[in-house]
Ligand binder design. Structure first.
Ligand SMILES: *[C@@H]1O[C@H](CO)[C@@H](O)[C@H](O)[C@H]1NC(C)=O
Length: 350
């Protein structure tokens, strides 16, 4: 083995050993934040050192911290014959064959999304509309007083003026201590734009569910059938009485870092819980039972499929933190529990 290759491997080994997973955000936050604070808003720009920020740091990041994992081609059972929420179209189970593809290991974080916005000037739909949906338990009394409408079927959702990805609970909130948490208040259109910028795309629902299952067949969760093996928490969900009492037994009242909790069999984090994740499919609750090959969902629709549930899900009202579970929103919707991750084709692989 030549010396440069050996040094590279050694570096990588030591980085992994010493820093584990979380610290990459600290390292790269410090690259981005050190010299570039704009008026204390925590807004970064590449202008101070474009070469380092845009190329060198980025290459280091990619080399030391792979962001995607290649999932092997395979056939799996999509959906379930024991639907937890039958009206969501969780059944019938059907055999689905997929080519190999790449999947983001983590949900897209605030730090990731900030790089995208800095680079492209993208304005999210929540920012354009001027409001987004926020869970009322996290809204300050001051902001609550200004709100006059709510969602009749789900009164805990309130449209908050000025809520967006940088201000998840409204204008008086900030993400500066949550840069490694999933980005929220991003619509399907925003998510698609991000993935395209990154040279990726949103996963299909079939790819997402295959990734969620982590190589296990017909299990409820990414890690098996038991929600808390040996009493351990494997996902960021709601503990306590929803919506009044969040005991945060899993360690988090709201979102958690994108690398919190154990990975599934494919090395993916937070496939269920934390934030809902957009997929590329249109929503329909009726499915053909025929075997399918790389299915991409209905040709048209009004809503897009989201998967995985969120930190707000509790079995009593949102038993949707299962791989087969699904829900939907219009492509311009955004909320304080909805994010995404990207996928990519695995070129030249069967
Ligand atoms: C929330 O639930 C926990 C556990 O059941 C209980 O100990 C606590 O008193 C409750 N808190 C409130 C504010 O109801």
């Amino acid at each position: 083995m030549d010396l440069s290759r050996f040094t590279f491997r050694l570096n990588r080994f030591i980085f992994g050993l010493v820093f584990g997973h979380s610290v990459k955000y600290i390292i790269f936050s410090s690259f981005f934040f050190s010299s570039n604070q704009q008026e204390g808003l925590g807004v970064t720009s590449y202008k101070a050192d474009p070469w380092c920020a845009r190329f060198y740091c980025h290459m280091l990041y990619i080399i030391f911290f792979p962001q995607m994992v290649r999932l092997p081609a395979g056939t799996f059972t999509m959906g379930t014959d024991k639907p937890g929420i039958p009206q969501d179209g969780e059944g019938p189970p059907r055999r689905v064959q997929l080519d190999a593809f790449h999947m983001d290991i983590y949900e897209v974080s605030n730090l990731d999304f900030e790089r995208f916005v800095t680079d492209t000037g993208h304005v999210t739909e929540a920012e354009t509309f001027g409001d987004s949906f926020v869970f009322d338990g996290f809204i300050s009394e001051e902001i609550k007083r200004a709100i006059d409408k709510a969602v009749a079927a789900a009164p805990w959702w309130l449209p908050v003026k000025g809520a967006d990805w940088r201000h998840p609970e409204g204008p008086d909130a900030s993400i500066s201590d949550r840069m490694d948490h999933p980005v929220l208040h991003v619509s399907w259109n925003d998510a698609s734009a991000y993935c395209a910028w990154a040279g990726k795309r949103l996963p299909t629902e079939a790819e997402w569910e295959y990734a969620c299952r982590g190589g296990l067949e017909k299990r409820l969760f990414p890690w098996g059938n038991k929600l808390q093996p040996k009493g351990e928490h494997f996902a960021n969900l709601w503990q306590g009485t929803f919506p009044s009492n969040n005991t945060a037994e899993d360690g988090y009242v709201q979102t958690s870092p994108v690398d919190a909790f154990p990975t599934n069999g494919y090395g993916l984090y937070n496939m269920v819980g934390n934030a809902w994740e957009w997929t590329s499919d249109w929503w329909d609750t009726r499915h053909s039972i025929d075997d399918a090959y790389n299915p991409k969902g209905p040709a048209s629709g009004t809503d897009r499929v989201k998967k995985g549930g969120s930190y707000m899900c509790h079995k009593s009202y949102c038993y949707r933190y299962r791989c087969a579970a699904r829900s939907q929103n219009t492509p311009d919707s955004s909320a304080s529990n909805l994010g995404f991750r990207c996928a990519a084709d695995a070129a030249g692989t069967p």
